[in-house]
Design a protein around this ligand. Structure first.
Ligand code: PLP
Length: 347
């Protein structure tokens, strides 16, 4: 049986969160001398002399409406990388607890684990990059607090079968962290629709990909209100800056543009999927539900170098298990993709 309190780090359960100046004060005032800000103004522009809302109330409300969840089920981080780190810090005792990750996958789970002195157990995805569920369930131990599942998976691009995720949610007594950074490019619905069914589900999403806001650093975690309250308790008080909050509020008003961009990117992806297999350098093009494609080439290091000589940077993913001689190509604009195809044809 999943029991949230039993998997939270005891010091996190016990600790009191930082109380900011604006938390202490409630009511109406027009002279703020409580937070050691610069009352004269800001060199950066209006509002920026004041600390941002530490609870991001407006932003959370709007995001919750768009995503169909309650505002208490939304955590906002300085990128979803911050949410990954905070999940580890909330649930894994350094030197004692473990997380499980499924390579080849996103590298930050391992980096955060190493930083936080959390043991990382790995179970490789199958040859078609799906979860070997039984093996995962046999590998988890009482110390395993988190399983990270990335769907669509980076760098392979495929979505993970829903049945496998559901089995983990039902049979694993820790948290299943489902990283949906690329979900906007997939046809499958987000697991945010099933949060109320699974008290041990955490869904990560980001504004860095489909929303085109990687430079602003805004990530989301969706989970039960109890899990979200824990993340809010341990986050740095002002983790989402004022400029990001303002610009994200504006962006959330433009969901039509988001839809158009996603459509264009997925169309460009399909064009690349059709053109790449005809090239001599290409051995295999993996299916993708994301805004990138994993491609097995004849010689990844040489192809990478060749593309670089043409001013095109891709990612050589050869070092990852199951990705030997593979490069990962982000879908660009029509012109960029044509340049890429031309350069690859010249290899
Ligand atoms: C699977 C996955 N999760 C999370 C992130 C990080 O996103 P953010 O920019 O929100 O920190 C990335 C970035 O590449 C990613 O590929």
């Amino acid at each position: 049986m999943f029991n949230l309190e039993s998997i939270v780090r005891p010091n996190v359960l016990k600790m009191k969160p930082y109380s900011s100046a604006r938390d202490d004060f409630q009511g109406i005032a027009n002279i703020f001398l409580d937070a050691n800000e610069n009352s004269l103004g800001s060199l950066a522009g209006e509002n920026y002399n004041r600390y941002p809302d530490p609870h991001q109330k407006k932003l959370k409300k709007l995001i919750s409406e768009i995503k169909g969840v309650k505002p208490e089920q939304v955590f906002l981080g300085n990128g979803s990388d911050e949410a990954i780190d905070l999940l580890l810090r909330a649930f894994c005792q350094p030197g004692k607890d473990a997380l499980l990750s499924l390579p080849p996958t996103y590298g930050m789970y391992e980096v955060s684990a190493n930083l936080n002195e959390v043991r990382i157990d790995t179970v490789k995805l199958t040859a078609d990059f799906q979860i070997p569920v039984r093996e995962v369930l046999q590998t988890v131990r009482p110390e395993t607090k988190l399983i990270f599942v990335c769907s669509p998976n980076n760098p392979t691009g495929n979505s993970i079968e829903a049945e496998a995720i559901e089995t983990l949610l039902k049979e694993f007594n820790g948290l299943v962290v489902l990283d949906e950074a690329y979900i906007d490019f997939a046809d499958t619905p987000s697991w945010t629709t099933r949060l109320d069914e699974f008290p041990n589900l955490v869904v990560l999403q980001t504004f860095s990909k489909a929303w085109g806001m990687a430079g602003l650093r805004l990530g989301m975690a969706f989970a039960s209100k109890e899990i979200i309250a824990l993340l809010d308790k341990i986050k740095p008080p002002y983790n989402i800056n004022e400029a990001t909050q303002e610009l994200a509020l504006q962006a959330l008003d433009k969901t039509e543009v988001l839809k158009d961009m996603v459509e264009e990117i997925t169309q460009e992806r399909e064009l690349l999927m059709m053109s790449l297999p005809g090239l001599n350098a290409v051995e295999l093009v993996y299916p993708s539900d994301a805004n990138f494609i994993l491609v097995k080439v004849t010689d990844a290091a040489a192809v990478y170098k060749h593309l670089l000589s043409k001013g095109i940077v891709v990612r050589n993913r050869s070092g990852l298990p199951g990705c030997e001689e593979c490069i990962r190509i982000s879908v660009g604009t029509l012109e960029e993709n044509q340049e890429l195809l031309k350069a690859l044809a010249e290899f």
